[in-house]
Design a protein around this ligand. Structure first.
Ligand code: C2E
Ligand code: CA
Ligand code: CA
Ligand code: CA
Length: 281
């Protein structure tokens, strides 16, 4: 930037200014959105590949913006994470998911022992109150803790392995199911994986999407499934969009699948409208 002279530097500075202004504006809007209850949880089905039965859902946050309409999480989660707003937002997600588990249990939207998986951001995971918050929410909602699954990403494991393991142990002791999200995209070593008290590994969509055409992805996915099973973990394949991918995953003993092939994330209203379809899986 230096060699290109002052004008160029100024250009980047303006860009950064615009970005910062945009972030600050969104931060204010997010704060308001929390108070005004503009967030909503969508639910995407997860299917047992052996029985073709619904086993649970992943909860995915949506923002019903009064002017912009439905805003996807990729646009506001990073801002919430940077500003710390992810803590109250994340607690709302956990509380709402627990209440929905209770509701789904009583209305047949979840099978017996079915689960709802909730995404936790790194900042949330490192919050010293996390375990207490989750324990209280599960108790208040009066649901079996085994029905709540927590998804964390590999990147978070790099921060402080020892404290991460301690937190995971406490959650596991509560009976919460623990999953590693986006597996294969981060930097966690297989050595850490062995030491982590987790139950589930989610193979990232980037590996699944070019199956069966991309031979590397085929080999990697087959190897990850086999390795996970040797470590005693269940495997969820993410982003399954086609029958050929589902077939490949079945042949390679993958346990569960999630993706547009089986169902998009849906509002609770749409879950009720679509419940009849689940039998055909
Ligand atoms: P993720 O946890 O990896 O969630 C899966 C994303 O893939 C979702 O995007 C989902 O809609 C999308 N997806 C599912 N199946 C398919 C498929 O077959 N094809 C394609 N192309 N996409 C598929 P979404 O809902 O936009 O969420 C994006 C990310 O935002 C999530 O990625 C997660 O990292 C984050 N996120 C969502 N909800 C929450 C939340 O409540 N808390 C936190 N901390 N993060 C969240
Ligand atoms: Ca996830
Ligand atoms: Ca994922
Ligand atoms: Ca992802």
């Amino acid at each position: 930037a230096k060699a290109k002279g002052r004008d160029n530097y100024q250009f980047f500075s303006d860009e950064m200014n615009i970005e910062l202004t945009r972030q600050l504006a969104m931060e204010g809007e997010l704060r308001q959105a929390l108070q005004r209850n503009e967030f909503e949880l969508y639910y995407q089905p997860q299917i047992d590949l052996t029985t073709n039965q619904l086993v649970g859902y992943e909860a995915l946050i949506r923002w019903n913006h009064p002017e912009k309409g439905l805003v996807p999480p990729g646009e506001f989660i990073p801002v919430a994470e940077d500003s710390g707003l992810i803590l109250p937002m994340g607690e709302w997600v956990l509380k709402t998911a627990c209440e929905h588990i209770k509701l789904f249990n009583s209305t047949g939207l979840l099978p017996a022992h079915g689960h709802v998986a909730v995404n936790l951001s790194p900042r949330q995971f490192h919050d010293p109150n996390l375990v207490t918050v989750i324990r209280d929410l599960v108790t208040t909602a009066d649901i079996p803790s085994q029905q709540l699954e927590i998804e964390i990403t590999e990147s978070l494991l790099m921060d402080n392995v020892e404290s991460t393991i301690r937190t995971l142990e406490m959650l596991k002791d509560l009976g919460i199911i623990l999953a590693i999200d986006d597996f294969g995209t981060g930097y966690s070593s297989l050595n850490y994986l062995k030491r982590l008290p987790i139950h589930v590994l989610k193979v990232d969509r980037s590996f699944v999407m070019d199956i069966p055409h991309d031979k590397d992805d085929v080999e990697i996915t087959a190897a990850v499934i086999a390795m996970a099973h040797k470590l005693g973990l269940k495997v969820v394949a993410e982003g399954v969009e086609q029958l050929l991918q589902a077939d490949f995953l079945k042949e390679n003993s993958c346990d569960y699948a999630q993706g547009y092939y089986y169902g998009k994330p849906m509002s609770v209203d749409d879950l009720y409208k679509n419940i009849g379809h689940y039998e055909k899986w």
